[in-house]
Write a protein that binds this ligand. Structure first.
Ligand SMILES: [Mg+2]
Length: 219
């Protein structure tokens, strides 16, 4: 039986109640910036996983464009709306508390420190985990094994005694299995497809009811 269960945050335990592409467009608009696409944002996010704030992500996005918009202003507008619109998936708070009786329970989330810590504060989840790490505080983000090793160390367990639960094939499933953890993939309605590297898969809407039983079947 695994000793620790580590969760991804976005789309695994909590979801934005409004479309992120819209929030991005509005934040850029409020700060007088150009139209930014979600795909461009995700590219820039991947290049900036160990930052303190989202400002370098937006600075990256604005580079070479004709605009006087302040990346910090766009980052602030984006952060406020994202944190406000984030909601836990049904039942996950009770599930996290229950899992705490049998396992060490952790969180490892990719992104800037301010952005991800704000989300945890808005959700009221600062103390729900035995350890919670934001890659902005670390040497490297997921899928780098150092990120997974850091959360295992914070939980005082070996990576091989840990299970990671997340929705992204590369960052979560590959990252965790490459670091020696088992991975359980959370499946979203519109993809991506189930990744064979995961030991199990769970539909996003059923995570709270299905995950405890799945964990019970693991060696
Ligand atoms: Mg995620």
């Amino acid at each position: 039986m695994p000793r620790a269960v580590v969760f991804d945050l976005d789309y695994t335990l909590a979801v934005p109640t409004r479309d992120r592409a819209t929030i991005l467009r509005e934040a850029a608009d409020v700060a007088g910036g150009p139209a930014l696409t979600r795909a461009e944002y995700l590219e820039a996010h991947r290049r900036n996983l160990t930052r303190e704030t989202r400002e370098p992500i937006f600075a990256d996005l604005l580079e070479g464009r004709e605009t006087d918009a302040d990346p910090a202003a766009i980052a602030a507008a984006y952060r406020e709306t994202i944190a406000e619109t984030l909601e836990p998936l049904p039942g996950v708070e009770g599930m996290l508390e229950e899992l705490g009786t049998d396992y060490r329970v952790g969180l490892l989330t990719n992104g800037p420190v301010r952005a991800q810590r704000d989300k945890l504060a808005t959700l009221g989840w600062e103390r729900i985990f035995d350890a919670a790490l934001v890659t902005g505080e670390l040497e490297a983000g997921k899928p780098d094994p150092r990120a997974f090793e850091a959360i295992a160390a914070a939980l005082e367990v070996e990576p091989t005694a840990s299970v990671y639960v997340g929705d992204e094939p590369e960052a979560d499933v590959y990252g965790a299995t490459n670091a020696g953890m088992d991975a359980i993939q959370v499946l979203l309605e519109d993809g991506p497809d189930p990744d064979p590297r995961a030991v199990a898969h769970v539909d996003q809407t059923e995570i709270a009811t299905a995950l405890p039983d799945i964990l019970g079947t693991l060696e």
